[in-house]
Design a protein around this ligand. Structure first.
Ligand code: B12
Ligand code: SF4
Length: 457
């Protein structure tokens, strides 16, 4: 059987919003996971439109497309193309789960929720000639997951080929998050066994790892066991975690001992009423400054995530947030415009209040205003968002952030990481065009490793 798996690029691929370095970070791990269930004699290709031109002249029997909200329009065009050629088209992923009726118009089979139970079931039906139009995930487990087909990924096209996921979902329920919609009807948070996760890590070459788990620290005993098992492996790794988990005594230290060097932290907002409204209770009354201090004392750099446009946000929120982040020496920041993804509680609330401005999914990318803010105009929110990025990454502020570090090595690392990510984008574009992005991995490893120095802890 000939199987073609596609990760379409967001529809704005040719627009100024397409940042080659951002989209050359991680290979399509979800598709490689699904490919693990195919037979050894199936002919399989995975194509990722973020990093390569798609070949659309082939004649596969089965086409599998992963659909995100911002790539939905492109995904549907590709689906229509292959259906016209007679292929069976399977659509799955977050957007299909949120809006199954929309996706079903372009597919022979649609898949709701994670793929580990429904995908093998579909493959059996398909091989028997009896595929169903709809599969809905119910059994949530990562036990017995076949090895991920990393051999099908063009690793050299990515800065971070070693991305890894050892859990699914998250124990929390923030109302703007995709998570509740995607995991509806079953468990919303579950992990692999520690042994299985360690075996997967052992299989990955080199030093650097990036855990893409929503909340790697979400199950403290799993995380502690994992980190204990990784001590001595010589890894350098990055991941995402919550303020709450950073403050938990002991866990962060284990993570650092096993190679944690940079953490994406969802601060989201500095306003407690916003946190309450978004049901982000795990951040409420948590000492953000203490969490930052703990990370920095342990030699861990921070990518702070902030969301603009919540109901308490007014014209002051942008400058206040940037100033706070710089003052606390946060190395890199990711700003988002609040985005009500369909299927989320936030979307329902906004729709009930008549505040959804349009449903052009191309613009649901956290860089466009798609709803009516409470204390700002859409134009002011848009302008403030871009201003925040510009100001945070001004050299003046990068240097000010670096000066918050207690030693020269820390300050240099701050400048190299923040500057390397945002200030050298034309250089990144050039490296990507030469298809040499993976060659920059040793530079990233050197910065993460504190230029060869162990973390302070
Ligand atoms: C890595 C990542 C990226 C990477 C790479 C994406 C990739 N290679 O898959 C990059 C940097 C390119 C990226 C870009 C963007 N991302 Co992103 N990204 C992620 C992240 C952190 C991890 C994805 C991942 O690898 N998961 C692990 C694998 C194993 O799971 P999976 O991919 O979901 O696949 C499973 C299921 O979805 C399902 N499945 C998927 N497809 C199919 C198909 C079939 C047929 C079947 C049966 C099953 C199935 O089965 C798989 C196994 O269970 C997620 C957060 C998350 N937890 O998912 C955000 C996330 C997907 N990104 C998001 C967003 C908003 C974006 C951007 C718009 C950001 C931006 N402003 O540019 C762009 C849009 C990209 C696009 N093409 O449109 C949102 C998506 C919201 C939505 N409703 O679609 C998420 C959920 C983050 C968030 N919490 O808001 N992203
Ligand atoms: S903590 Fe993060 S991943 Fe978990 S529900 Fe909230 S936003 Fe989603």
């Amino acid at each position: 059987m000939k199987v073609k798996m596609i990760l379409p690029a967001l529809t704005e691929a040719k627009s100024p919003y397409f940042r080659p370095i951002k989209y050359s970070l991680f290979p399509p791990l979800g598709l490689a996971t699904l490919a693990g269930y195919l037979h050894a004699d199936d002919e399989v290709t995975i194509q990722d439109e973020h990093v390569e031109e798609l070949n659309l002249t082939d004649e596969p029997d089965l086409v599998v497309i992963q659909v995100y909200i911002t790539s939905a329009r492109r995904a549907y065009a590709l689906a229509d193309h292959y259906r016209a050629k007679g292929a069976h088209v399977a659509l799955g992923g977050l957007h299909v789960t949120s809006l199954p009726e929309e996706a079903a118009r372009h597919a022979d089979s649609i898949f709701l929720g994670p793929g580990e139970d429904i995908w093998p079931q579909f493959l059996e039906d398909f091989r028997r000639g009896e595929p169903r139009p709809l599969y809905r995930s119910q059994v949530r487990t990562l036990a017995g997951l076949p090895p991920i087909r990393r051999d099908l990924l063009k690793q050299y096209l990515y800065l971070v080929p070693n991305s890894i996921v050892v859990s699914r979902g998250c124990p929390h329920k923030c109302d703007f998050c995709y998570k509740e919609a995607f995991f509806e009807g079953g468990k919303g948070f579950y992990t692999q066994s520690i042994d299985m996760a360690l075996a997967e890590i052992e299989r990955l070459p080199g030093r650097h790892l990036y855990f893409l788990d929503d909340h790697l620290f979400g199950n403290a005993s799993f995380a502690a066991g994992l980190f204990d098992g990784m001590i001595g492996m010589g890894r350098l790794w990055q991941a995402a975690g919550t303020v709450q988990s950073i403050l938990r005594p002991g866990l962060l230290e284990k993570a650092v001992d096993s190679g944690l060097r940079s953490l994406f932290v969802g601060f989201e907002t500095l306003n407690a009423n916003n946190l309450r409204a978004q049901q982000k209770y795990q951040n409420l009354n948590k000492d953000y400054a203490a969490a930052i201090q703990r990370l920095h004392d342990n030699g861990v750099m921070i990518n702070g995530s902030f969301v603009f446009g919540m109901d308490e946000d007014d014209e002051n929120v942008f400058a206040r947030t940037v100033d706070w982040a710089v003052q606390h020496g946060i190395e890199t920041a990711t700003f988002h415009i609040l985005t009500p993804y369909p299927g989320t509680l936030l979307y329902k609330r906004m729709a009930q209040q008549g505040r959804i401005l349009h449903t052009n999914w191309d613009q649901y990318d956290t860089r466009h205003v798609v709803f009516q803010p409470a204390k700002l105009t859409p134009e002011a929110l848009d302008a403030g968002y871009w201003r925040a990025y510009k100001e945070f990454y001004q050299w003046r502020n990068i240097l000010r952030g670096a000066s918050a570090k207690s030693n020269l090595k820390g300050a240099l690392r701050h400048v190299a990481y923040a500057g390397g990510w945002k200030k050298f984008e034309p250089l990144w574009d050039w490296v990507i065009r030469l298809r040499q992005v993976n060659a920059a991995l040793p530079v990233l490893e050197s910065i993460l490793g504190g230029f060869g120095e162990q973390a302070a802890h």
